[in-house]
Design a protein around this ligand. Structure first.
Ligand SMILES: Nc1ncnc2c1ncn2[C@@H]1O[C@H](COP(=O)(O)OP(=O)(O)OP(=O)(O)O)[C@@H](O)[C@H]1O
Length: 236
């Protein structure tokens, strides 16, 4: 069998509330799963179960309290849980993409440039990057009259579509999706479902959080219920 794109073993997260006398808040313990090329894995479980915390650890946004996150990177396995900031940046540049819930709006930069930026940063030709960005913005039905405008004044759904176009423009072998469809209408949700299917066909290993059951059912090959990694359950 093919080596997983990413393997999580014994992963745990406990938040320490420094402003509350150092109270310890265990969120997940002994989390284990693997992500495979061409597969979309979905994190399930009720609100507060720890889905976002797991996703953020996999992108290096949150530190880990225990365990390993082995990422297949440049032909070898790198433990992201033990990696320093430079390695994490390298993993983000080449191996792990992330689509957050909200667009980080940069003042005065137009939507097309925001979408093209990840390709330009990776050395792509500006004209080609802009062409790809335009293709993706058309795909997510953002009217062309908005392309040159900074998205600060866009509606929530329009901003989210710019964010999705930006997150999908690169060819990272692993793609993390943190509720990318929360404020979309039905037609655009279908577009995103199709874009996820294309990533799968291209061999990308996806991991996502989707609160919408219909989308979850449409994209998930594997569902992992995070309550299975609850520290209380472990202690019981
Ligand atoms: N930065 C943080 N500091 C302290 N506690 C946190 C932090 N981030 C998350 N938590 C806590 O960890 C627990 C899990 O939160 P998380 O956001 O991972 O859950 P979730 O399953 O993604 O929830 P939802 O479906 O509501 O988004 C919650 O009790 C939350 O309060």
């Amino acid at each position: 069998m093919q080596t997983p794109a990413l393997t999580v073993t014994g992963l745990g997260k406990t938040f320490t509330m420094h402003l509350r006398g150092g109270i310890q808040l265990p969120v997940v313990a002994n989390t284990r799963f693997a992500l495979h090329a061409g597969t979309c894995t979905v994190l399930g479980g009720p609100s507060g179960a720890g889905k976002s915390s797991v996703l953020k650890m996999l992108y290096g946004n949150y530190g880990t309290s225990a365990g390993r996150i082995l990422v297949s990177h440049r032909g070898r396995e790198v433990d992201l849980a033990a990696a320093g900031p430079r390695t994490i940046l390298e993993l983000r540049r080449e191996t792990i993409g992330y689509v957050s819930q909200f667009l980080r709006v940069v003042p005065r930069i137009g939507a097309l440039d925001i979408v093209a930026e990840p390709l330009v940063e990776r050395g792509a030709d500006r004209v080609e990057a802009a062409r790809r960005a335009g293709e993706l913005l058309s795909r997510v039905n953002l009217p062309e009259r908005l392309w040159e405008l900074p998205p600060a004044t866009f509606s929530g759904g329009e901003q989210q579509r710019v964010n999705i176009a930006r997150g999908f423009i690169t060819d990272h072998p692993i793609l993390l999706l943190d509720e990318p469809t929360a404020s979309l209408d039905a037609a655009n949700r279908d577009v995103v479902v199709e874009m996820i299917a294309e990533k799968k066909r291209a061999g990308v290993a996806l991991l996502g959080i989707f609160h919408d059951t219909e989308i979850r059912n449409a994209v998930a090959d594997v569902t992992i219920d995070v309550t299975g990694f609850s520290p209380a359950r472990k202690a019981a």
